[in-house]
Design a protein around this ligand. Sequence first.
Ligand SMILES: [Zn+2]
Length: 326
Amino acid sequence: MIAACAFSSRTNTVFGSKNRRTPRLAAAVLAAALPLGAAAQGQGLQVFACEPEWAALVKALAPQAQVTAATHARQDAHHIEARPALIAALRRAHLAVCTGASLEVGWLPMLQARAGNAAVRDGQPGMFYAAQQVELIDRRASVGFNDGDVHPEGNPHFHLDPARLAQVARALSQRLAQIDPPQAAAYAARHTAWQADWARGTAQWQQRAAPLKGQRVVGQHNTFAYLWHWLGVQQIADLEPKPGTPPTPSHLQSVLAQVRQAPPIAITHALYQDAQPAQWLARQLGEDKVAVLALPSTVTDDGPSADLASWMDALVTQLLKTLPAR
Ligand SMILES: [Zn+2]
């Protein structure tokens, strides 16, 4: 069982700790302070979302907001480049919505420093970390040198659990009201409506997915751990030898030996991950027996997973297709 998320602790020493303050940053902070009521003054609420799921949630709760997503479903959100366009987007943001729990530790602190926007510094109302709103699974008391890229805060891919996503939505709607008070009643009303839809959807997905309970899958990374947990699916092996380390031939051989006697219903990987290790394993097990599923680990720009509910629905549908016809 892989117990934590990939992230590079080594990048911390490259970019410095996220709380480091330089004189240059302090000056920039004073110069760039944004009025909290700017959104209400007709300029439009500018939101920077680190991942597509938070961009989608902001669009649901604040349809008038102008939202920039820093990453997309075919990118690995653990590791992206701090491009100038992203720095500019964070500089003009009234609110930044990110996962936290060190998912973005390799790039967000540097973006915050370069953007020099006081509103989205850690600890400010404009910097919203979703991980602070939920309990994480797979927390680790300590991280050893040979454990791979892991973090003690726990698995940060909690947006794959509808209940945790709902907790984040509640907190986010309150945060929107806090930074944009004139719209507070509208945010509350939209959240109430969204929450009702989401609860209805969650019950339906859970009902449809009931046949998946107790089924076994092989995964790659712990990306879908919360989804498996929710649906009662068991991830019996991980294509990664260590979190954040790409599959190796020797590790794949050991996974093959482990699952050959009782193959899983599917070998899954996220859209942004290389399909070849999963395809190799499926070939060894007999392709007609074991499906390879490229699952969207977050909402996509278009297609059948373009908003949160459609994405959840598509995940359940894709998984159900792997079951033998009854
Ligand atoms: Zn991860």
